[in-house]
Design a protein around this ligand. Sequence first.
Ligand SMILES: [Zn+2]
Length: 145
Amino acid sequence: MSTDHFLDVAGRSPGDVLSHHKLRRTQQRVTLLALIWQHHPFHFTADELYRLTGPSNALSVATVYNTLNIFLAHGLISEVVTRHGERWFDSTTTAHHHLYNVDTQTLTDIPTALLSVAFMESFGDAYDVDKVDVIVHVRDRTSQI
Ligand SMILES: [Zn+2]
């Protein structure tokens, strides 16, 4: 897969972004970051990303997991953990919320402006809010008994 034409919002290539974060520009990292950007906005599990790499890249599942943890630590992706502990990754790193469909096991973005979290005002001066990420778990109405 050619990775040269995938650029972030600042017009940087995956390799440039890795260098900016002082990460080695390995071919595996460039390939995975380009793949994530290619599908943006993209919610995915490590196994799904592994399957998308295809047999020609010869990446192991462990490499994909390790690389995703590095990307996460450097803020290149974000993480969403659903009710049953399922760990998803997200190509969107800005603040937003999620709708998780338990029946279809799909994750959809909810723009921050559409969901107000009123209880935060009750914190008073006790805390500074660091991050709010709400996951609304839903079921399809047709699947209910
Ligand atoms: Zn998202």
